[in-house]
Design a protein around this ligand. Structure first.
Ligand code: 2BA
Ligand code: 2BA
Lengths: 141, 141
């Protein structure tokens, strides 16, 4: 079956490279992260340090959840909140030499995966969109 | 190729039915929608009317974007905002008798698709997760 071979292919050619990926710095405020999320329209984006090491993911729900009072959102607390206090860190990552098979398994439960090299440098993301386009192509072969 | 037959299958068995889908009402305030998005953790959810007709989608970015001032977020305007003023309405929908082929094409650009019957009633959603799981299964047949 032609389909199975592509699962052995490396992900490298399909990764959206880091300079095309919107991100925030680990030292940024939560308000700055909310502005970047709003302006780009992405539901989640990576958090990096000054040297481009991967630190975690941030989305609007985690920011709002952190300032949630009993029945309303306490916005006055937003300026005190830092990205590093609320980012998600326990998540599956890919390495640049990983294969499609592993990416497919992990993308079942994630909108996208961050690709991080052996020194912890962020090299880009692999998205469900790219995976779905490749799977559709293979179904027709 | 066994794979192609499944593209002719109807989506019906794979739809997450409406009672399992978090949603908000078209008459709700934007603040209520933000609370539901935060508490469920979903990045976007459907907007329905009182009779369960589909009206649109809402996410945190559209809410924050609507109250974005020049360089900060004007939260005091949140209580005046209604869901129907900011929801997204121009989006592709599925009908209950649509086939997998059409769902696959549309899921390339959407995290999930709302399923709406010929009377406009919301019957559920088809997600990228379900599609990816089915595609993975077919690749191995
Ligand atoms: N500006 C845009 N132009 C065209 N289509 C757009 C778009 N923004 C979103 N979409 C479409 O909506 C899907 C969901 O976007 P979301 O922001 O929830 O979720 C996104 C976002 O959280 C992240 N992402 C994608 N591209 C990114 C980038 N350049 N920088 C940062 N994060 C990105 O990966 C997730 C999955 O992306 P994926 O492409 O599979 O799926 C995307 C894509 O199909
Ligand atoms: N509580 C939870 N338990 C387990 N896994 C979870 C989860 N919340 C999110 N996920 C995982 O994260 C993916 C992205 O969720 P997101 O909220 O951005 O995007 C979601 C959300 O906007 C919407 N969605 C999914 N299930 C929903 C539900 N029961 N009610 C309302 N909206 C739902 O469909 C989008 C795509 O869902 P999909 O399942 O393909 O993909 C989900 C799923 O794989």
């Amino acid at each position: 079956l032609p389909n199975r071979d592509f699962l052995e292919a490396q992900i490298e050619d399909f990764v959206i490279s880091s300079e095309k990926v919107a991100h925030v710095q680990v030292g940024n405020s939560a308000e700055h992260a909310l502005l970047v999320l709003t302006k780009t329209g992405y539901s989640a984006i990576p958090v990096l340090d000054m040297k481009y090491h991967f630190c975690g993911l941030i989305n609007a729900q985690r920011i709002t959840d952190a300032i949630l009072g009993l029945d309303h959102i306490e916005y006055e607390r937003l300026p005190d909140l830092r990205v590093e206090d609320i980012m998600e860190t326990d998540l599956p990552l890919l390495k640049p030499d990983d294969r499609f098979q592993k990416a497919l398994d992990l993308l079942i439960d994630q909108n996208f995966l961050c690709v991080v090299d052996h020194e912890g440098m962020f090299t880009g993301i692999l998205t469900r969109r790219v995976m779905l386009k490749q799977l559709k192509k293979r179904i027709y072969q």
